[in-house]
Design a protein around this ligand. Structure first.
Ligand code: PMP
Length: 406
């Protein structure tokens, strides 16, 4: 199938917007992606046609919204090729998914003196929940370093793995460096010592194929809004054998079987971890987003974005005073850079006036900034709807900024 970029762009109404009278060039996809018509109309349809609280109603609309919600769970299961549907827990996003595991797995499996391994290229949301857990339990956080190119040092990881290690938590793709980490190898190494692995897939599912059974990940977290879906919805995949033995994270409606003041019993998976009214609208919208991605094909999206990455890297490298941070041979379409010695937020603000939306700052990865001894970068991150012409606009705009500052 040929990749019909014009047809794809037509599906995203916001791309027709102008900012400051200029066509919008949206390169802030790592922060959040834009939404296709099918996602927008599915949310509209929930509120227009089937809105009703799920699971608890005996009436027609409640049955319809429950069916749509549970169908969304099936779509997620199939999208990541999980073994069981009850291994899919809806959360509010990656951060919530990781916190759920940090609290619940931590409650059951982490004791004083135990160790948890993360990497030094994690998003803060895959660092801080583990630090909080370590504080609660008097456990230790161990950190895998990465090299100048932005590749994890796997030999160092092997040294860190020990009988004290109780969990490894690692991102699939770095939001700042774009590195696609060798998570399969990391999981294999950890499993040889019977250590479970959580993968933060917030920057992976929208760019590369994720096959949970092939990876054999024990936990996998991602956010709807970064894969063309709504905000406020996310996924935690967890292996049945862990989810079944972990205590609930939050108590409330839907997560119980029976409640009395003497004893409360908890619901089966996945409901045990979905206390309160679920974001069924978000889940239904997310399913629509995953169907949209599948209809284009994740490998086609990957090929398109890889071409953008190669072109963007080539163009930006033509600017002598521009430094790219993150030069792994295995990257998604994210380019972090600094222009000459101009502050990243100045570059971002001027680009904005030129119609180009980028992200600036530390990208919630302060340890990555510390490693390079910088305070932040400018990040251009690509999605299925971006074009080489837009990269040309970025390139020309950066050259204009250089002229302004010279
Ligand atoms: N992990 C990574 C790698 C991310 O890029 C992000 C979002 N920037 C998160 C976790 C957190 O995602 P959310 O804010 O949707 O919970």
């Amino acid at each position: 199938m040929s990749y019909d970029i014009n047809k794809i762009r037509q599906e995203f109404p916001i791309l027709n917007r102008k900012v400051y009278g200029k066509p919008l060039v949206y390169f802030d996809n790592g922060a959040t992606t834009q939404k296709p018509n099918s996602v927008i109309s599915s949310i509209n349809k929930v509120y227009k046609d089937i809105n009703s609280n799920i699971h608890r109603g005996v009436h027609f609309l409640s049955a319809q919204s429950t069916d749509a919600y549970e169908n969304a769970r099936r779509v997620v299961k199939e999208f990541i090729n999980a073994e069981h549907i009850h291994e899919i827990v809806f959360t509010s996003g990656t951060t919530a998914s990781i916190n759920l595991v940090a609290f619940s797995f931590g409650e059951k499996y982490i004791s004083e003196g135990d160790e948890i391994i993360v990497s030094s290229m994690e998003h803060h949301s895959n660092i801080v929940p583990w630090q909080m857990l370590c504080e609660r339990k008097n456990a230790k956080l161990k950190v895998i370093p990465f090299n100048e190119k932005g590749d994890l040092l796997i030999e160092e990881f092997k040294i860190l793995l020990s009988e004290k290690t109780k969990l490894v938590a690692i991102n699939h793709v770095s939001n700042t460096l774009g590195t696609i980490n060798p998570v399969k190898e990391i999981i294999n190494l950890a499993h040889k010592k019977n250590i479970p692995v959580l993968i933060d897939g917030a920057q992976a599912v929208q760019h590369i194929t994720v096959n949970i059974q092939e990876l054999d990940a024990d936990f996998y977290a991602f956010s709807g809004h970064k894969i063309y879906g709504p905000t406020g919805i996310g996924v935690l995949y967890g292996k049945e054998k862990y989810l079944n033995t972990m205590p609930p994270y939050m108590g409330g409606g839907d997560m119980i079987k029976t409640v009395s003041f003497e004893k409360t019993t908890y619901n089966d998976l996945p409901f045990k971890f979905e206390a309160g009214t679920a974001n069924y609208t978000g889940a239904i919208g997310l399913a629509e987003a995953l169907n949209f991605v599948s209809s284009i094909g994740i490998s086609n999206i990957r090929a398109h974005e890889k071409a953008l990455l190669d072109y963007g890297t080539m163009k930006l490298s033509e600017i002598e005073s521009l430094i790219i941070y993150g030069n792994s041979n295995n990257k998604t379409g994210a380019i972090s850079f600094l222009l000459d010695n101009i502050h990243h937020s100045d570059v971002g603000m001027i680009l904005d006036k030129m119609g180009v939306a980028v992200r600036t700052g530390n990208h919630c990865t302060q340890p990555v900034m510390d490693k390079f001894n910088i305070t932040g970068t400018v990040r251009a991150s690509f999605a299925m709807y971006n074009t080489k012409q837009e990269i040309d606009i970025l390139f020309e705009s950066l050259n204009k900024i250089l002229e302004m500052f010279s």
